[in-house]
Design a protein around this ligand. Structure first.
Ligand SMILES: Cc1cc2nc3c(=O)[nH]c(=O)nc-3n(C[C@H](O)[C@H](O)[C@H](O)COP(=O)(O)OP(=O)(O)OC[C@H]3O[C@@H](n4cnc5c(N)ncnc54)[C@H](O)[C@@H]3O)c2cc1C
Length: 469
């Protein structure tokens, strides 16, 4: 727990924020101090609610001068604990809610940090554009959070992660100075890129106050299919064919094991088995195109050729938006559907795409040896080599012994990932949860270089002090 914040610092913070700009009301604080899975419960002496970039700068300035730690929070949907304060001042972006600009010529949208991803999608649609980054948490996750965690999602295969979708940033640096880097340039080769340092910094290098986001054209055709397959190896061969069939226009290519589909059928109301027969694995594929009818035609061709090659066992193609939504719901509910099943070790890992099938085989053999009867629910963005590899306690077993072995079990999974040149955090970040574990897999040279950058920008280590290295 962070050391108590002196009363005079709290008074100065209240003064710069004004009466509407802070709270100590336990009822108002409660939802911000609890992580959505109840995994972390935090504490804060003050919730700061700045309304403008200048107010953010004033708060950070007071904290810098007095050496007071701050944790920044957006929508509180992060999965690695980075947004939950443990005694630090909690700076919320709740009131930074303006969409400052949308421009369909420069194809950009400038949004303040507290704007939700769903509101960005709506504002982009209003100028016949879209922001191609979708998350199941998009109704609550904010621009500041998405940028600061370098979020991914289901469309990374085609559009990249947040890092590829940000043209410029405005941020308050740890010393309280405002950096206006809200550029709208597609090319800017002028040395180190401060924007890219802040993206994925998980709040350790400053507070992002606004971002210029890159927009894409709206697609004229879209095809969504659920495909029953034999194995992850078949999924990889199909992925290569999907890229060929669309000239690289694969919008999403998601893998799911049967067990995860069964959890959704059992635990998520309204879920229907997508195909008549049971298959060991499934791929949810989405193609899109600027040309009317083209995505549907490409999907039809791709599935017919896949059937002929023996890679597709069966497939259902959505005929309506409602059907597409129902297929996507099975994928998006993979994680929520596990909740009633008891203790789980969750892993958000990536390996080179070519090694996904090897990883699943090796990790599953190791987990079955470590916890006989463990239920493995593996799903994720196979096109990015990113698998959410979840190890649930045996059916009917107790939660406590399974939870107690989490660290040892995760170490086995992470070592396999590392042996394949992979990453122990593909898209969720390190937060306070995985920072120590990540030290095992990064070289001392890299950790020292990264720590030196942090020391240079935040010599007092006031920004999200428990996060990263
Ligand atoms: C159901 C569900 C599905 C999800 N799916 C995905 C997925 O597919 N891909 C994926 O990548 N993530 C996913 N996530 C994780 C999460 O939604 C993302 O990490 C999201 O980007 C976090 O945004 P947020 O506003 O909630 O940030 P928070 O949770 O509030 O914060 C996350 C981190 O960013 C920092 N931060 C927040 N705002 C700022 C700011 N303005 N300036 C500086 N630092 C800041 C915080 O300090 C913290 O370290 C999912 C989460 C849930 C609950």
């Amino acid at each position: 727990m962070t050391a108590p914040v002196p009363a005079d610092v709290i008074s100065r913070l209240k003064a710069v924020l004004g009466p509407e700009g802070w709270s100590q009301d336990p009822a108002r604080l409660a939802p911000k101090l609890l992580e959505w899975r109840d995994r972390w419960a935090g504490e804060t002496p003050l919730l700061a609610l700045p309304k403008t970039t200048a107010e953010v700068a004033a708060v950070v300035g007071v904290c810098f001068e007095s050496g007071t730690p701050i944790t920044t929070q957006g929508g509180n949907t992060g999965l690695v604990g980075g947004q939950i304060p443990m005694g630090e001042v909690l700076l919320s972006t709740d009131r930074l809610r303006a969409i400052r600009e949308t421009d369909a010529v420069d194809d950009l949208l400038v949004a303040e940090a507290g704007v939700t991803l769903a509101a960005v999608h709506e504002a982009a649609a209003a100028v016949r554009r879209r922001f191609p980054l979708g998350l199941a948490s998009e109704g609550t996750a904010t621009v500041g959070g998405v940028v600061s965690t370098n979020a991914g999602g289901t469309q990374v295969l085609r559009y990249g992660m947040a890092r590829n979708l940000v043209l410029g940033l405005e941020a308050v640096l740890p010393n309280g100075e405002v950096w206006n880097g809200l550029k709208r340039l597609r090319k800017d080769n002028t040395g180190y890129d401060l924007k890219q340092l802040l993206i994925g910094a998980e709040g350790t290098l400053g507070v992002v106050t606004a971002a210029a986001l890159k927009l894409s054209p709206v697609m004229a055709s879209r095809a969504v299919a659920m495909i029953g397959i034999e194995s992850p190896a078949a999924a990889l061969r199909l992925l290569a064919r999907a890229k060929d069939a669309t000239g690289g226009a694969v919008e999403a290519f998601e893998l799911m094991g049967r067990l995860g589909v069964e959890f959704a059928l059992k635990n998520i109301a309204g879920t229907r088995d997508p195909l008549a027969e049971i298959h060991p694995w499934y791929v949810l594929a989405e193609f899109s195109s600027g040309e009317p009818g083209s995505a549907e035609a490409a999907m039809e061709r791709f599935l017919a050729e896949g059937l002929e090659a023996g890679l597709v066992r069966d497939a259902a193609v959505a005929q309506t938006d409602g059907q597409a939504k129902a297929l996507w719901a099975i994928r998006e509910n993979q994680s929520p559907a596990q909740k009633p099943e008891g203790a789980t070790w969750k892993h958000d890992v990536s390996v080179p795409v070519s090694r996904v099938a090897d990883f699943l085989t090796e990790a599953t053999a190791a987990m079955q040896a470590f916890v006989p009867g463990a239920r493995i629910a593996a799903f994720g963005h196979i096109g990015d080599g990113n698998i959410h590899y979840d190890v649930l306690r045996p059916d009917g077993g107790d939660d406590a012994p399974h939870a107690a072995r989490r660290d040892a079990g995760s170490r086995i999974v992470h070592d396999i990932v590392a042996s394949m040149g992979g990453s122990i955090s593909a898209e969720h970040g390190l937060g306070s949860m995985k920072a120590e574990e990540a030290r095992r897999y990064k070289s001392p040279v890299e950790i020292e270089a990264l720590s030196a950058i942090r020391r240079a920008l935040d010599p007092k280590r006031i920004m999200n002090p428990r996060v990263l290295f």
